[in-house]
Write a protein that binds this ligand. Structure first.
Ligand code: NAD
Length: 416
């Protein structure tokens, strides 16, 4: 999405919802701007003894419905505009599934592949120390995103706890289970993708157990989504990672692929009983459900016309460009938008935070059951709004989300 102006894209989406909601101009202005943007420049002593300076960001978009929540991304292309757009999308994502958070996002401009583990730890501890004036278990709760993982979250929790003088597990989510992480968090986003895919099938009168599914991306989201799709009776005929795709019309043994290759770049291509195809060919395969679960801007105006899936469930953030959206809508493809389809991760992060605040932990079954219920109810609400306004699911999700945030902002009133 680096060539697309993501912030403009986020603001355009807001403008569409604002029109449907007949939103007051002043309120529209408030929602199109972040509440707070923090830019930090900080030094790290590298393993060779030299000091290197890094730039990091934390953007809080809106806190009308509760503390702000969103990931920390470590990537060379992270910048203030990207963090702002992603923070805005987090606000809508939390609102569409009705959890009591606003949106935030942040990160550091860095290529983690160039860092040793020790350097990564020092960078994380210094970065979060610079942010400690704005993050906190009641104010802004970070989580993992691209380039960060449970270990990074553990260092964040430890650093902020050291500064507080006592352990504060609720200050960050996506932690390892033994440090106050939640059962079911790792699988949560993929689980939400499959729950919403099954709901979409009901709407279209498709039998999920007879569906052929194609999954782009075999990372955290894609591999879990593929495995749960099979567990629920569907046939997954193709999966891919950044190095290419594998395809077998009779179905792939996802459990075996998951156990052997999830998290290993290029690993799936060692599997023999299949055809090797490209990611482009994978997206254009004849199938019932396509789950783009890799990176942004994969379905564009160039390939949208060739996509044959009846349903697209967006596991990734922003996999479909606005032009492609229009082409697919015109073709009658049902798209379950990212802010709904991949919200399972933040819902279970919310569960993790609630468990941390109460020091009372749930069993995995409870987590999964509550997650599925929220995803089903949210899908139903978005679908009903889509029918009411005779629009697409993305616009419907935005109408609900922006409506909820606007209402909370209005009822709270403008301080002072
Ligand atoms: P990940 O790093 O675990 O996996 C990404 C996968 O995509 C890998 O298999 C990688 O090889 C593949 N990939 C990368 N570039 C590709 C390309 N050009 N073509 C095909 N495949 C490619 O990441 P993840 O956590 O699974 O996240 C995937 C997407 O889901 C991202 O857009 C992320 O923002 C979004 N998301 C993740 C979560 C979560 O809880 N992990 C929650 C919400 C949204």
């Amino acid at each position: 999405m680096s060539e697309v102006n993501v912030l403009q894209m986020a603001r355009d989406q807001l403008a569409v919802a604002a029109k449907y909601l007949d939103l007051d101009d002043g309120l529209h202005q408030v929602l199109s701007q972040p509440k707070r943007q923090v830019v930090v420049n900080f030094p790290v002593v590298m393993d060779n003894g030299q000091v290197r300076c890094f730039q990091g960001y934390r953007v809080q978009h809106n806190s009308s419905r509760g503390p702000t929540k969103g990931g920390l991304r470590y990537h060379p292309e992270v910048d203030l505009d990207e963090s702002t757009a992603l923070a805005m999308w987090m606000t809508w994502k939390c609102a569409v599934v009705d959890i009591p958070y606003g949106g935030a996002k942040g990160g550091v401009q860095v290529n983690t592949k160039e860092l040793s583990k020790r350097e990564l730890e020092k960078l994380t501890r210094r970065f979060i120390s610079e942010l400690n004036i704005v993050v906190g278990e009641r104010s802004d709760i970070p989580a993992p995103d691209i380039g960060t993982n449970p270990q990074v979250m553990a260092w964040i929790m430890d650093t902020l706890s050291m500064q507080a003088g006592y352990t504060v597990p609720g200050v960050v989510t996506g932690k390892p289970i033994e440090l106050g992480g939640s059962e079911g968090r790792v699988e949560a986003t993929g689980r939400g993708v499959v729950v919403t895919a099954m709901e979409a099938c009901k709407v279209l009168n498709l039998d999920f157990t007879k569906c052929e599914v194609v999954v782009q991306g075999f990372g955290n989201v894609g591999s879990v989504a593929a495995e749960l799709a099979v567990e629920n009776g569907a046939k997954v005929i193709a999966v891919s990672d950044a190095t290419g795709a594998i395809y077998n019309q009779n179905g792939l043994p996802i459990k075996e692929l998951y156990q052997r290759y999830s998290g290993i770049e290029g690993g799936i291509r060692n599997y023999k009983d299949c055809d090797q195809i490209s990611n482009k060919e994978l997206l254009e395969l004849k199938c019932d459900i396509l789950m783009p679960s890799a990176i942004q801007a994969q379905i564009t105006k160039e390939n949208a016309g060739d996509i044959k899936a009846k349903v697209i469930v967006e596991g990734a953030n922003g996999p479909t460009t606005p032009e492609a959206d229009q082409i697919l809508s015109d073709k009658g493809v049902l798209i379950v938008p990212d802010i709904l389809a991949n919200a399972g991760g933040v819902v279970t992060s919310y569960f993790e935070w609630v468990q941390d605040l109460q020091n009372f932990f749930w069993e995995e079954e409870q987590v999964n059951e509550r997650l599925s219920r929220i995803m089903r109810n949210s899908f139903a609400a978005v679908h009903a709004t889509q029918q009411k306004h005779k629009t697409d699911m993305r616009t419907a999700a935005m109408i609900i989300a922006v409506g909820r945030v606007a209402h909370a902002t209005t009822v709270r009133g403008i301080f002072p």
